[in-house]
Design a protein around this ligand. Structure first.
Ligand code: MRU
Length: 354
């Protein structure tokens, strides 16, 4: 089974649960989990079986629609109370990717907009809303890809960090969409460089798998080799994804992204953030307001080693994300257009945040 021919997350055909490709096992094992209980879906988001901001949003949308179908009551007041509790529970799975809250709130708003309709109709409409989030995500990634593609030149070298690929979305990815489009257009000479992305290795395990499978010349590097690669002149452009963008353009993405941006500035390499408009959080002024997820020490000291590799008792600093200052970002590519500083003005002129 080819993992990349599978969907990251889908509502199962009988609507009994969600079918989630378990990304923690890739690339070694391809396994689709059929999850019916909300607790199991919460855990899948929490431990990154499904991951990447847009895919988390798609998953959350389906999860809340599924929860609505599972609430056994004909009493509307009770239905909305229990739906709200489930919304809050799912929202507690991870703190940084705003798409999680965005999708939950969108499905919740749909339910509330139909509050005078019969419950079966509301339940049905929530499945339709979740499907729409997924469909739109594919179109959004495609549009980001077209804009990103226009920035590429034949034979250029592209560096990316973490996985903002098809596995992190419903299809195409955001930061990888330009490369998929280049392949579709018959370009064969792009060079893609994947930062391994310590500690969870999304670049090594996922992005390099995606790019190789797309037939691209793909090279993996340790995160700490990025400066040397940039200095060698092999990187012409950088695309990264993001989990939340503040209205001033500060962008939170996988830990290590801000270091890549600082290096890019030093070496004069354009650095682009690829951001569906649902990832832009106009309610927060700057990156200082973005909650950064802290994860367990074992991800650093044990997870990828046969035996623990660091001494017992050592403190571990393991934030899952960092914030790249807007001034380091050459442009933010949304599905509505390419934004340049000053970002708030650029977002508003594209109708983002209205
Ligand atoms: O912790 P993860 O693997 O969910 O982090 C993913 C990233 O940081 C991605 O770059 C981001 O979500 C954008 S995905 C299109």
């Amino acid at each position: 089974m080819n993992a990349l021919e599978l969907d990251t997350v889908l509502l199962s055909p009988d609507r009994s649960g969600l079918d989630i490709l378990d990304q923690t096992l890739l690339p070694g094992e391809v396994k689709v989990l059929h999850l019916q209980r909300l607790e199991d879906i919460w855990e899948a988001i929490r431990v990154l079986r499904v991951r990447g901001a847009p895919a988390i949003g798609v998953c959350a949308g389906y999860a809340l629609a599924l929860a609505a179908a599972q609430i056994e009551t004909e009493n509307k007041e009770e239905f909305f109370r229990r739906l709200g509790e489930r919304r809050d529970y799912l929202a507690s799975a991870r703190p940084t990717a705003v798409n999680l809250f965005w999708a939950l709130d969108r499905v919740m708003a749909k339910a509330l907009s139909l509050c005078d309709r019969p419950l079966p109709e509301i339940r049905e409409a929530l499945f339709a809303e979740a499907h729409a989030i997924r469909r739109e995500d594919i179109a959004i990634s495609r549009s980001i890809g077209e804009i990103g593609f226009s920035l590429l030149r034949p034979g250029c070298g592209i560096l990316t960090h973490c996985n903002a690929g098809t596995l992190a979305t419903a299809k195409y990815g955001t930061a990888t969409a330009p490369m998929y489009i280049a392949r579709e257009k018959g370009w064969t000479d792009l060079r893609v460089y994947c930062d391994e992305t310590r500690p969870l290795l999304q670049g090594a395990r996922l992005t390099s798998l995606e790019m190789l499978s797309a037939g691209l010349d793909t090279t993996l590097l340790c995160d700490n080799a990025a400066s040397s690669l940039m200095k060698s002149g092999k990187v012409d452009i950088i695309f990264v994804g993001c989990d939340r963008v503040a209205r001033n353009g500060d962008a939170a993405n996988k830990i290590g992204t801000s270091g890549v941006a600082i290096l890019a500035k030093h070496y004069g390499i354009p650095f682009y953030v690829c951001a569906p408009s649902s990832t832009i959080d106009m309610s927060i002024a700057s990156g200082a307001d973005i909650p950064i997820e802290k994860r367990g020490a074992e991800e650093v000291t044990e997870m990828w080693y046969k035996t623990r590799m660091a001494p017992e008792g050592v403190g571990v600093y393991n934030p899952a994300f960092d914030v790249t200052d807007a001034e380091l970002i050459t442009g933010i590519i949304t599905e509505k257009g390419l934004c340049k500083a000053p970002y708030e003005e650029a977002f508003r002129s594209l109708g983002i945040g209205k």
